[in-house]
Design a protein around this ligand. Structure first.
Ligand SMILES: *Cc1c(COP(=O)(O)O)cnc(C)c1O
Length: 412
């Protein structure tokens, strides 16, 4: 039953109502100039977003999916190449790999961070690939050359980039970050003794501005960040039908531009992103405090000392997910599962010939994860209600069958 006291999984109305005047002004400006595509609004947003990512360039495109695809193409991934990623991500990651003409191959995740496990990546590169006569790294599965890695910064936490970049360098591979869930996340590189922002460590990185992301448009949008001027120039051409000059098409490209209105909306919202991310971190700390105050009834997400997470999603684990979600739904509390079916077990990828058991960590995690309400405007009172219901649920379950139902194994 829905009531006014429902706690949504995500509140997209409040932040837009709060910014209504500024957003309406953008709309009016575009309307009065008819500058719908390209122009200064797009360029100004690109400059501001590059600054936010601490990169030299940002190129706005029409979605996060195209951002991954164009970044791979511009970074030199060729038709028929293999691109390595994880099976625990949104399907857009692997769609973009396929749409760039490449073949996705997977390595398992780390159970504590849910991100690419560098140890699994090492095993894959050392044992499941070998060099051919010309020195190319060939995947045994597909007999095709491996040329790139796409680590995904899932839930707002960066993958262990030092370890991944070191392997990439050793094997001559390009790294394109899927930062679609990680605007503003940070990683402390022990190698460089320096904090890096998501999107500034790989050869290029992809961001999505789908409305529900930490920075969301009022529609579809995405961007690529990079420090590489050649890649930036290539993406500007790819997103605009392969033309650097109107009607002079050096290559075949795409209609992958971002429209001016979305760029204007994003520029307004970007001014608030650092604060919103900080509020997400405060909400995460509050969940953690509430769990601890209730006898560690649930485990907070793991944030290594080298990570500064921006909590795009707040994910916990339980061995009775259906029960917990039904109980919360009954009280008007929204939850989600990100994601219930690992990519290697999706029907769309039957032709890749993976099987259950191939990625045991991903498969175990996919059965136990639940995403709780998480957005900057979430209140401590709402969180207290959510956790109180969770505690009540644990109590009921324990009574019902006296066996341990909650508390998933966590590798640290
Ligand atoms: C949202 C998302 C994408 C795709 O972005 P769109 O803007 O929806 O195309 C890609 N990868 C990940 C990990 C995402 O969360």
């Amino acid at each position: 039953m829905s009531t006014h006291s429902d706690i949504p999984f995500l509140d997209l109305v409040t932040p837009h109502v709060e910014l209504e005047q500024e957003l309406t002004a953008v709309f009016q400006k575009v309307l009065h100039t008819a500058g719908f595509i390209g122009g200064p609004m797009v360029e100004n947003f690109e400059k501001a977003f590059a600054e936010f990512c601490e990169t030299k360039h940002a190129i706005a495109v029409n979605s996060g999916t195209d951002a991954v695809r164009f970044a791979l193409m511009a970074a030199g991934v060729q038709h028929g190449d293999v691109v390595v990623t994880v099976p625990h991500t949104f399907i857009a990651t692997s769609e973009a790999i396929s749409q760039a003409g490449a073949l996705p191959e997977f390595v398992d995740i780390d159970e504590a961070t849910y991100n690419m496990d560098p140890e699994q990546l090492r095993v894959y590169l050392e044992r499941k690939c070998s060099r051919d006569a010309s020195g190319k790294l060939i995947s045994h599965r597909s007999n095709r050359p491996v040329t790139a890695i796409v680590p995904v910064h899932l839930y707002g936490q960066m993958a262990d980039m030092d370890a991944i970049l070191e392997l990439a360098e050793r094997f001559g591979l390009v790294v394109v970050e899927d930062a679609c869930q990680a605007h503003g996340a940070k990683y402390y590189s022990g190698k460089h003794q320096h904090w890096f922002t998501a999107g500034s460590m790989g050869r290029a990185a992809a961001f999505s501005f789908y409305p529900g992301k930490n920075l969301g448009a009022c529609g579809e949008a995405g961007a690529v960040s990079t420090n590489d001027a050649v890649i930036a120039a290539k993406i500007r051409v790819i997103r605009d039908h392969g033309q650097a000059k109107k009607y002079y098409h050096d290559v075949e490209g795409y209609n992958g531009r971002l429209d001016a209105m979305q760029a204007g909306f994003l520029h307004v919202k970007l001014q608030h992103l650092a604060r919103w991310n900080e509020q997400r971190r405060e909400r995460a700390a509050e969940y953690k405090r509430l769990f601890e105050a209730n006898g560690d009834c649930f485990q907070a997400p793991y944030e290594p000392s080298w990570s500064r997470m921006v909590y795009h999603l707040y994910v916990i684990r339980t061995s009775d997910r259906d029960g917990l979600m039904a109980c919360l739904k009954d009280k008007g509390i929204g939850t989600g599962i990100h994601y219930p079916i690992p990519l290697h077990l999706q029907k769309a990828y039957a032709s890749l010939n993976y099987a259950p058991g191939d990625f045991p960590v991903t498969e175990r995690v996919a059965e136990q994860i639940v995403s709780l309400p998480m957005f900057p405007q979430l209140s401590a009172e709402q969180q207290a209600t959510v956790v109180a219901e969770m505690v009540r649920f644990v109590g009921k379950s324990n009574e019902a069958n006296s066996k341990e139902l909650v508390g998933a194994p966590q590798a640290r």
